[in-house]
Design a protein around this ligand. Structure first.
Ligand code: SAM
Length: 245
């Protein structure tokens, strides 16, 4: 016998070499939904904005993904290992007509590419957060917000810890931001830029302002700034985007 299954109640019958064998699916965390009021507060604390990309790691019935897409205008992805929950939440997304904004990926969150996230949400366990930490630190860009329900990411300093009371118990929400800055560096080359937002962004590219600073000054999102910077890089007006950790 190896280690006991962490959550042995996910236990299907499988046909192995012609025999029916009771086996256990070793999921990292069982399905326990976050109450809607807590979901909304998690998304508010993360300041999810229209057009931003959110991943919910272990998305269960898809409630975080659905609310992020429907109420906050995000492009929201859920990563869910259980096929039944993947099918159930995908059907709900279809029924709500949210296919253009919400999608569930039926895979293990340790294997999912989450590098384009603006926001990551989690309701897992401290031990699982600990195992996910190296992936989050490696893949996520500086400034990405990580919101965890009830379980902290040990070693990270939260920007906010909030307690939300709901029916029969209180819930803790931890908000983190991936440290560091992305600093666009001008090339020194000049040329006229037609698009007004791109022109305003270029005016703020001075090798000191970070992507987040520029977004805040122009009241837009880091994602919008990055999109414009990609074009400015192609046009040779921006030399590089330096990552300072
Ligand atoms: C506590 S539930 C949270 C559900 C949802 N995020 C919420 O807050 O309502 C955790 C979910 O993670 C899923 N899960 C567990 N291990 C996983 C893994 N390695 N990869 C993807 N999903 C996983 C479980 O099946 C379960 O649906």
């Amino acid at each position: 016998m190896g280690e006991p299954a962490p959550w042995p109640w996910d236990s299907p019958l499988v046909d192995l070499n012609g025999d029916i064998v009771l086996t256990y699916m070793y999921y990292d965390v069982p399905f326990v939904p976050t109450p809607e009021v807590v979901v909304r507060r998690m998304l508010q604390l993360a300041r999810v904005k229209p057009g931003e990309v959110l991943y919910d790691l272990g998305s269960g019935d898809g409630r975080i993904v659905i609310m992020a897409a429907k109420e906050f205008g995000a492009y929201a992805y859920g990563v869910e290992i259980r096929k039944d929950l993947y099918e159930q939440s995908s059907a709900k997304i279809r029924d709500l007509g949210l296919e253009g904004r919400a999608k569930i990926l039926n895979t293990n969150f340790f294997d999912a590419d989450i590098s384009d996230a603006d926001v990551v949400t989690m309701y897992l366990l401290t031990s699982v957060n600990e195992r996910l930490k190296p992936k989050l630190e490696k893949e996520l860009r500086p400034g990405t917000r990580v919101v965890s329900h009830d379980f902290e990411v040990s070693g990270w300093r939260p920007m906010v810890i909030e307690e939300v009371y709901e029916e029969w118990r209180s819930h803790k929400i931890y908000l983190y931001k991936i440290p560091g800055k992305e600093i666009p560096v001008p090339s020194g080359k000049t040329t006229s830029i037609e698009d007004p937002l791109t022109r305003q962004i270029m005016a703020l590219v001075d090798g000191n302002n970070s992507v987040e600073d520029i977004a805040a000054k122009l009241n837009t999102t880091p994602r919008e700034v990055r999109n414009a910077l990609r074009k400015l890089l192609d046009a040779g007006l921006v030399e590089e985007i330096r990552i300072v950790r």
